[in-house]
Design a protein around this ligand. Structure first.
Ligand code: ACO
Length: 703
């Protein structure tokens, strides 16, 4: 990525406003006025052939008339003129184009938009937008937008796909007292996208946390790659979580692959923390900007009120940090700073008598103790205490320890005096929130951040015993005979080439052949119809299990064919599969989709009712580590079944995790070939006994 060009876009040393207008109320006027009001120190060049001067700036008829170099051009002319302006900017040697103008892909003019990008690239320029509000940067005194003012000063930076929301957030930074350095409107993302912007912000010395408002990524896989490498926390609010396209999906997995579930997994894989809503985006941005990740899971809560303490305890559980009793030595030490009717267990209740001294001393003791990984300080406003005094005593205690690698968050419940004290805390680097639940959610984000950052260091699982050529041979055979899906047997051959344990099977095309295969494989057996026109074999009466004799093989062979014809008269029948009958085991499903945003993505869940009714499944973008595969096993609600319930032995989760990784590598390796697939059911046996893929299906990409 050419950082110099992106510097020109996000941190320009000089800027032209093409379409600058003397008319108050026009966007071209507002942008120029904003540059002036924000006291931008770089060169400002209004471009408008009708004017000589606007707002005291010399006006030029064309960018080519400007003698000085121009880093960025903010374009505010109607859509029909944009192409010509890009040519002129290209000839001038402009680096970045901020295209505010609307009326491109968002109204269906995709080709026109792509032409603009191609043109910009032909001159070595990058294009932000079109359909953007602009870029705002406090550290550069740069309001290159039509948002009203620079945001409240701080060190997070926001990238927003919605322009209007960015303007709203800009104003809210003041009412919430949560500061940002940059606000970047990313618009239609025709060229510069989320991944580019994250990469640029990662090297921006004024950004400590990257906040995203995402409607839909265009560059999902790159966001994962870039996110994993980013050294700064990233928090994202994703809207539009409907399961688009799922209804039309042909495979079982396809129909379960709602975008929100895939986004959730993909963000975690990218090391991106998710926010639930706009409030939560602000709250999590604040804590991730000001505090370090929480590396362990022991949180100590100190409070002057039992009620907020209980509320915080409930929330701790909810946000994945269940409270533990403080160790005895810590309790002993804390007891010195509370009345006998207080409690040092955790939450530490200093009681309503707590003043600045007790807060100071207990915070200091708690923060320094090696058992404590993070501190949550709660305070309810009382008539005997000054909230600002309490705030200052907390800050003083924290500073006196010199500790920088443990987080602390605060919640003050009270009125205006508490609000003022919390503002003071935030200005002094300690995140403070009105509700104890919000404080716990915030420290939960720091724990999540520590965990997902560690996870991003894991390398994907690797296997040396894969036979890609064999898999491609099977796929090419099917393609050569004009098919875009594989039979069960072919699917299993592909799975086998990637080391998945499939049941042994052969296709019989006559009754005698069925008998001969049955004798070769041995009883009991499973017999199944093979027809690409019959997707649901059981519904068609096309499956017989526990077949135990040659007589039954003959009988069922004919019965299966008859049932299939009755089910679908014109179905093309390839034959009947004679398959080894795997012993009963816990049924799980593995499957894949080639997600339009993230590419090959694997699904895992328990089979039967768990998948059919409860949709108890989880996803990962392929490939991934064995640790991730094991986490998938724990993520589903049915996890205890795999762990072994009611005295049952645990299932072979090690073998299952291995198979999941092999499957993920297969769909990644063959993503040009496989569009959707299912292994359903996969029968998982007791620990040490492995598993078997009993049925398989692969749909090929259209070529
Ligand atoms: N070079 C320089 N100036 C030019 C050129 C040119 N080639 N051609 C036209 N101009 C001038 C015009 O003469 C005019 O200046 P004037 O006021 O002195 O006459 C100025 O450029 C603007 O042109 P207008 O025709 O007056 O266009 P207007 O200002 O009404 O609209 C705009 C232009 C704002 C780009 C509009 O087309 C548009 O796209 N609006 C939507 C923008 C938007 O909302 N983007 C963010 C979306 S996110 C959200 O919803 C918040």
């Amino acid at each position: 990525m050419n950082m110099d060009v992106l510097n020109g876009l996000f941190q320009p040393k000089s800027v032209a406003v093409v379409g600058a207008s003397a008319t108050l109320g026009k966007i071209g006027h507002t942008v120029l006025l904003n540059l002036q009001k924000s006291q931008y120190k770089g060169g400002i060049f209004p471009i408008n052939p009708k004017s000589d001067e606007i707002l005291g700036f010399k006006c030029y008829g064309n960018v080519l008339d400007v003698q000085d170099p121009i880093d960025a051009a903010i374009i505010t002319v109607p859509a029909k003129f944009v192409s010509q302006i890009i040519d002129e900017c290209g000839e001038k040697g402009v680096k970045g184009l901020l295209v505010i103008t609307s009326g491109f892909s968002e109204v269906g003019l995709v080709d026109l938009e792509q032409e603009l990008v191609a043109k910009a690239h032909s001159y070595g320029m990058r294009l932000l937008g079109p359909n953007i509000v602009g870029v705002l940067s406090n550290s550069d005194d740069f309001n290159g937008s039509f948002a009203p003012f620079l945001p409240f000063k701080g060190s997070a930076s926001l990238v927003s796909q919605s322009g209007a929301l960015l303007i709203g957030i800009d104003a809210q930074t003041y009412t919430r007292g949560i500061g940002f350095d940059k606000l970047i409107s990313i618009g239609n993302m025709s060229d510069v996208n989320f991944a580019d912007t994250i990469e640029w912000l990662d090297q921006d010395k004024n950004t400590f946390c990257i906040s995203l408002y995402v409607e839909g990524l265009k560059d999902g896989r790159r966001v994962i790659e870039v996110g994993r490498k980013t050294s700064k926390p990233i928090v994202a609010l994703k809207s539009g979580v409907s399961a688009h396209g799922a209804a039309a999906a042909a495979s079982h997995t396809g129909s379960l692959a709602g975008t929100s579930k895939i986004y959730k997994s993909a963000f975690a894989q990218a090391g991106i923390i998710q926010a639930e809503d706009l409030d939560n985006l602000f709250d999590r941005t604040l804590v991730l900007t000001l505090q370090p990740p929480m590396k362990g899971e022991n949180v100590l809560i100190i409070t002057n009120g039992g009620g907020v303490g209980v509320l915080a305890t409930d929330s701790a559980e909810k946000f994945g940090i269940p409270l533990k009793f403080a160790p005895p030595d810590l309790q002993e030490e804390l007891k010195k700073y509370m009345p006998s009717f207080g409690s040092a267990i955790n939450p530490v209740d200093l009681t309503g008598m707590a003043g600045e001294g007790w807060y100071h001393d207990t915070v200091k003791i708690g923060f320094q103790h090696k058992w404590v990984d993070g501190l949550v300080i709660l305070y309810c406003e009382t008539a005997m205490t000054d909230p600002l005094g309490i705030a200052k005593s907390i800050k003083k205690a924290v500073d006196s320890t010199g500790i920088k690698d443990k987080p602390i968050v605060v919640s003050f419940v009270g009125g205006e005096r508490s609000d003022k004290a919390m503002r003071w805390l935030v200005e002094n680097g300690i995140p403070a929130y009105g509700g104890p639940d919000v404080a716990l959610n915030a420290i939960g984000a720091l724990k999540e951040y520590a965990k997902i950052r560690m996870d991003t260091l894991d390398a994907p699982a690797k296997f040396d015993d894969v036979d890609r050529d064999e898999a491609l041979k099977v796929i090419n055979f099917a393609r050569n005979v004009g098919r875009d899906s594989l039979t069960e047997l072919e699917s299993k051959q592909v799975f086998k080439a990637y080391g998945l344990p499939v049941t042994y099977a052969k296709i019989a095309t006559s009754e005698d052949e069925a008998v001969s295969f049955a004798e070769e494989i041995g009883f009991p057996l499973v017999m199944k119809i093979v027809s690409l026109d019959i997707l649901h074999k059981s519904d068609a009466g096309g499956v017989k299990v526990d077949v135990n004799s040659v007589e039954d093989v003959r009988k069922f062979y004919n019965e299966i064919l008859k049932n299939a014809k009755a089910y679908k008269e014109d179905a093309e029948i390839i034959g009947v599969v004679i398959q080894e009958m795997a012993p009963w085991g816990t049924e799980v499903i593995l499957g894949s989709v080639n997600d339009s945003t993230f590419g090959p993505t694997l699904m895992f869940g328990l089979g039967g009712i768990f998948v059919e009714v409860l949709k108890d499944v989880t996803f990962r973008v392929a490939p991934f580590s064995k640790k991730q595969a094991k986490e998938m096993l724990n993520e589903i609600q049915g996890a205890p079944i795999l762990a072994g319930i009611r005295g049952e032995k645990p299932r072979d989760r090690e073998a299952l995790a291995d198979t999941i990784c092999r499957y993920a590598n297969m769909i990644y390796d063959l993503h040009d070939e496989i569009s959707e697939s299912d292994a359903n059911p996969v029968l998982v046996y007791d620990e040490g006994d492995g598993l078997k893929v009993a049925d398989a299906r692969i749909l090929l990409t259209k070529k």
